[in-house]
Design a protein around this ligand. Structure first.
Ligand SMILES: *[C@@H]1O[C@H](CO)[C@@H](O)[C@H](O)[C@H]1NC(C)=O
Ligand SMILES: *[C@@H]1O[C@H](CO)[C@@H](O)[C@H](O)[C@H]1NC(C)=O
Ligand SMILES: *[C@@H]1O[C@H](CO)[C@@H](O)[C@H](O)[C@H]1NC(C)=O
Length: 482
């Protein structure tokens, strides 16, 4: 007797024999409106923020020449500005920053608030001339249409118990002094107010913490600014930040939280916040450092039930091929349903950087295949599109209702094969015979880099294309109605 499983396997084998490994879209389910793609500034912009060509590379869709490379602009429209924690002055008590020798110089971010003597941002306790390169890249990005988030890796050094912006002495305790909870909120609110008045930048959101539950990379011998916060401390600081923003007229700047390192930590932190703090934050930011692990689905259901959006506000790893990036990004689309996705440092050491760079030597190197892998997403899935249920684990689908355009991004990690896409569930699945434009990038160390082809056509409500192994493609089908 044949089992159902055997029958299913036979049916699948028959379909595959016809080259029909098919994705069938489910347009009746959507996961909200896409807000965009971004990067955090911080270290790379401190080093390279005076180079306008880089703003064109990352924040426009133009074809841009950089260092002899002709690049498709990534069209990022979200920029995260890092409120620095470091200054070298002595405060009125005679205290000065206790920077560890392990701190990497390019990761020391200038603070605007030099000492605790005065909260007035026009007083001599404040300076607004520092951090020129990061501010410059912020304004270049905003001039190109980006929306901005203000974030903090650590409170200013003098607000911390050990005067060390790399982390508390044991790494696992709060480092923000309890009498400085409001100072941290005032610091961020004053920067947001200053940006609006003087920089031409209205921050859309402010985030007071960065991986606050982390203990292993923050600490007295850290290499970068960082600070642990207990969940109960976050619950206190979040409403203070809301109040300080409001009192400066920044009522439409939302508070986001908590930028935890993993999906699972984000779920437990969100669940642990006080009801006041929960109702104060308008969005949950999470980082993607759990990669292929963790319960993205649990975080989504928890946050979605509370009526809030999710951003993957920081993702990065050292795989220059783009394989990890494509895999984890598609997992986010399938399970986490963020409405924005932010790469950590677009310029960074080889592997981490989309373009390899040395922030201390201020030199750039190769453009990674990873750059072009990300372009397959960012240049086509645009703000305002609706993210649809793609119907398969290797495919992402977005719909532009005004252009009646379906965007599909698909990855083939298996051996070379034909992948088919079935649009029959759309009320209008395009026009049979119509051109389906496609772009292809080889995941790896060489090969196609975002190459365009006009060789694929709808046949009825389907189309198919042969994919080599580890190829990512983007398709645009026009004349589609939900
Ligand atoms: C502290 O601020 C006050 C004004 O608020 C100023 O008169 C005083 O000189 C400042 N002290 C120091 C040590 O900066
Ligand atoms: C269809 O192709 C995808 C993408 O490579 C692969 O993950 C999946 O295993 C394939 N399915 C079958 C039944 O071969
Ligand atoms: C494909 O066709 C479109 C629409 O006619 C055109 O804009 C585009 O330049 C063509 N691309 C290639 C690679 O030929």
């Amino acid at each position: 007797m044949r089992s159902h499983t055997t029958l299913l396997a036979l049916a699948l084998a028959a379909r595959l024999a016809l080259g029909q490994n098919t994705t069938t879209f489910v347009p009746s389910t959507n996961f909200g409106t896409w807000e965009g793609w971004g990067t955090s500034l911080a270290w790379w912009a401190k080093a390279f923020g005076n180079q306008a060509a880089l703003a064109d590379v990352f924040f426009t869709l133009n074809t841009v020449t950089f260092n002899g490379h002709t690049l498709p602009g990534l069209g990022l429209n979200i920029v995260r500005y890092n409120a620095g924690a470091t200054s070298k002055n002595v405060d009125p008590d005679g205290d000065s920053i206790q920077l560890p020798s392990t701190m990497i110089p390019s990761r020391e971010m200038d603070t605007f608030w030099l000492n605790w003597n005065n909260t007035d941002p026009t007083s001599t306790s404040w300076t607004w001339t520092v951090d020129a390169n990061q501010r410059n890249m912020l304004t270049l990005a905003v001039a190109r249409g980006a929306i901005a988030e203000l974030f903090s890796n650590s409170p200013v050094w003098w607000m911390t118990y050990n005067l060390n912006p790399a982390g508390s002495t044991d790494g696992s305790s709060d480092n923000l002094e309890s009498w400085n909870y409001d100072q941290h909120a005032i610091y961020l609110a004053n920067i947001a107010a200053r940006a609006k008045q003087s920089w031409g930048v209205t921050f859309a959101s402010v985030e007071a913490f960065n991986e606050p539950s982390a203990t292993y990379w923050v600490g007295p011998s850290g290499t970068q600014e960082g600070c642990h916060f207990d969940v109960s401390t976050m619950s206190t600081v979040i409403p203070l930040l809301r109040t300080e923003l409001n009192s400066r007229g920044l009522t439409s700047t939302i508070v986001s939280s908590s930028d935890e390192e993993t999906y699972d930590l984000a779920t437990s932190t969100f669940n642990g916040l006080s009801s006041t703090a929960k109702s104060t934050i308008a969005r949950v930011n999470v980082h993607g450092y759990q990669y292929g692990g963790g319960r993205r689905d649990t975080l989504y259901s928890t946050v979605h039930a509370a009526g809030k959006k999710i951003w993957n506000s920081e993702y990065g790893e050292g795989d220059a091929t783009g394989a990890q990036l494509a895999s984890n990004l598609i997992l986010d689309f399938v399970w986490l349903h963020p409405t924005a996705w932010v790469y950590w440092q677009v310029l960074d050491v080889q592997g981490w950087g989309l373009i390899a760079a040395d922030n201390d030597a201020v030199t750039t190197g190769a453009v990674a295949q990873k750059y072009f892998v990300l372009a397959q997403f960012t240049r086509h899935i645009r703000p305002g599109m609706t993210i649809l249920n793609s119907g398969s684990a290797w495919t992402v689908a977005a719909y532009d209702s005004s252009a009646q355009k379906l965007v599909i991004v698909a990855v083939n990690t298996a051996a070379a094969q034909t992948l088919a896409f079935d649009l029959s569930a759309f009320s209008k699945p395009g026009t049979s015979g119509a051109l389906v434009q496609r772009w292809a990038t080889q995941i790896g160390s060489s090969g196609n880099q975002y190459v365009a082809f006009n060789d694929t056509f709808l046949s009825g409500s389907k189309f198919s294309t042969s994919f080599g192994q580890n190829v990512i493609m983007t398709f645009e089908v026009t004349g589609v109605a939900l």
